[in-house]
Design a protein around this ligand. Structure first.
Ligand code: KG4
Length: 360
């Protein structure tokens, strides 16, 4: 178990100064392989604690059974550390927000059960959050001492993670329209598969990203899918990488080792081109120029600089979440939970987690 105490907590200030009116939300996230808890006060981050799970590295992917066991070990220390670092007492909490889904059922069950138990013990309202809403609202996490720029509604969010690739029109904090989404694999899976195919390790995205910086993005070309509207497809490009590597290795068994940086750079460029083509198309069709990204793949350095570059060219105002809020974290769940809480959402104590949620 590795604990990461994110630097924003250093700024955690005395809640006593603001507590007379503030909504203090405890957020709990356990949808995949990160156990996280965060505390916000009227949207300002007081603490964000994360325990990631190294156990999966040996298997090249998340093993659901091991993930839920690790959540069970981590959840109590992570939540209590978040409360301590926020400088609050459990009874100061206004509401408890938790990820109900989508995600791995066993993992979700740990966070959901813990949130329910704590809500019951403290007699505090429980607020369920769709994990994807957390990613879409990550730019609303406010931090003392930071600029805290926030998009205006409506904005477009390119939501890209290990399980999703969507263009979402965000009309208000709780009102969404999915303009386009993948018809098969998510873009994060394509990054992970690329790394796995080349024996580079897991999770693949950050590894491919790092190697891509040293390679030539124009050296190899991968065919792009033809999908109508604003939808995506990433299964074909995964297969073309597989065949490409297989054919080149047949000619030169050292091909991959010698060219891994160029392969990663070219493959990453192809994925970013696919993502950007549809995002540009959606921005043109809707006339929306407030553009955000969210989800694990939004940590990708190539994608981040491309969004900024396109934004400058097209007159967009772009919002990139800080790196620590791109992958799974409870701060975004607390913020989404706060919007729900203010909107009157109260979740019954007999709630069960759901592994799939069709709509936001
Ligand atoms: O949002 P996330 O933490 O989990 C969910 O899928 O919900 O996203 C994980 C995905 C993985 O596929 C991982 O490889 C990818 O995000 N990822 C990246 C980068 N960092 C994480 N992909 C490309 N570049 C990165 N720097």
């Amino acid at each position: 178990m590795i604990f990461v105490f994110l630097p924003a907590e250093i700024i955690a200030y005395s809640v006593l100064n603001t507590s007379f009116m503030a909504d203090i939300i405890l957020g709990i996230e356990s949808s995949c392989d990160d156990t996280s808890a965060a505390v916000i006060s009227d949207g300002y981050l007081l603490s964000n604690v994360l325990a990631s799970q190294d156990v999966h590295k040996a298997y090249g992917g998340v093993i659901p059974e091991l993930a839920s066991r690790a959540h069970q070990l981590n959840i109590v220390p992570v939540v209590s550390e978040a409360i301590t670092r926020a400088g609050i007492k459990p009874e100061d909490i206004t509401a408890i927000a938790f990820t109900r889904g989508p995600g791995l059922l066993g993992s979700l069950l740990v966070g959901t059960s813990f949130a329910k138990g704590l809500a019951m013990a403290l007699d505090k309202p429980l607020v369920e959050v769709n994990h994807l809403q957390g990613h879409v609202l990550a730019n609303f996490i406010k931090q003392h001492g930071s600029e805290n720029r926030q998009p205006e509604f409506p904005y477009l969010c390119l939501l890209v993670s290990g399980g999703n690739s969507q263009i979402v029109k965000v009309n208000s904090p709780l009102e969404y329209e999915i303009l386009g989404q993948t018809i098969d694999d998510a873009v994060g899976e394509a990054f992970d598969k690329c790394s796995k195919m080349m024996g580079l390790g897991y999770p693949g995205g950050p590894i491919v990203d790092r190697l891509a910086k040293e390679g030539d993005p124009l050296k190899y070309r991968f065919s792009k899918p033809h999908v109508p509207g604003f939808d995506y497809s990433f299964s074909g490009i995964k297969t073309s990488l597989l065949y490409f590597v297989r054919d080149m290795m047949a000619e030169d068994p050292e091909f991959m080792e010698k060219n891994k940086a160029d392969i990663c750079a070219s493959f990453q460029k192809a994925l970013i081109d696919i993502l950007m083509d549809k995002l540009i198309k959606a921005a043109k069709a809707t006339g929306i120029r407030q553009i955000t990204i969210g989800g694990g793949v939004s940590a990708n350095s190539g994608l981040r600089s491309r969004i900024v570059e396109e934004g400058k060219k097209r007159g967009w105002t772009t919002f990139l979440p800080e790196f620590k809020f791109t992958t799974d974290n409870a701060a975004m769940i607390a913020v989404a939970g706060w919007f729900h809480y203010k909107n009157g959402t109260r979740t019954a104590l007999d709630v069960a987690p759901v592994s799939r949620i069709a709509e936001f």
